[in-house]
Design a protein. Structure first.
Length: 205
């Protein structure tokens, strides 16, 4: 039982994977959120007592999320900057475009990267660890959906989002382009919502 301050915990994946996959019990398995908020009096449950020490050593804790632990955190911050810049009280569309420029670079890196690394197999080939990770759709949702959904978006911002979507479509695998096209349709018709499942929430994304 955690009785100190509320904190964010990040799993050191390789350490935890070693603890579970190299462990003697081939039936050991776990579902692991890579970055999660842990409240005061929360319980961390370890089902295999022999692995308890190794599992706890595989956790690092801190009062804030970090970019290294949580790539979506950077997108969240830039999206917040853009939303604040587009608010009636601020009305600074150029700042919003600059925030989109920064998100463009992050999404390019994610768009060409293998994000399907959420399962780790043991020596018997069975899945031993399932990591709770954001999907491509989750990253796009964090970066763009709230901006696109604004009732009135500056033409400069709309053009920048469309260019971002076009450039991502040119470099991403075919399987990821439907998420981009759904957001393009929503820009052209703001009454639409992306024709995709709702984004999952990971650590307060």
């Amino acid at each position: 039982m955690w009785r100190a301050f509320a904190f964010y915990t990040a799993v050191v994946v390789y350490s935890l994977t070693a603890a579970l996959v190299i462990g003697q019990d081939e039936k050991t398995s776990a579902v692991v959120p890579i970055v999660a908020f842990v409240a005061i009096l929360a319980a961390i449950v370890v089902y295999d007592a022999e692995l308890e020490g190794q599992v706890l050593k595989a956790l690092t804790v801190g009062e804030e999320r970090t970019f290294e632990q949580d790539p979506a955190f950077a997108l969240r911050l830039f999206a917040d900057i853009a939303l604040r810049a587009l608010s009636p009280a601020v009305n600074a569309p150029t700042t919003a475009v600059q925030a989109l420029d920064m998100m463009d670079g992050l999404l390019r890196a994610l768009g060409t990267r293998d994000l399907g690394v959420a399962q780790v197999a043991g020596s018997d080939g069975g899945v031993r660890v399932r990591l709770v990770l954001p999907s491509w759709h989750d990253y796009l949702a964090v970066a763009l959906d709230e901006i696109i959904a604004l009732p009135a978006v500056s033409p400069n911002v709309s053009r920048r989002i469309l260019r971002l979507l076009d450039e991502l479509a040119a470099i991403t695998p075919v399987s990821r382009r439907s998420a981009l096209e759904a957001r393009r349709r929503q820009i052209h018709d703001p009454r639409r919502t992306p024709d995709l499942p709702a984004a999952q929430h990971h650590a307060g994304i």
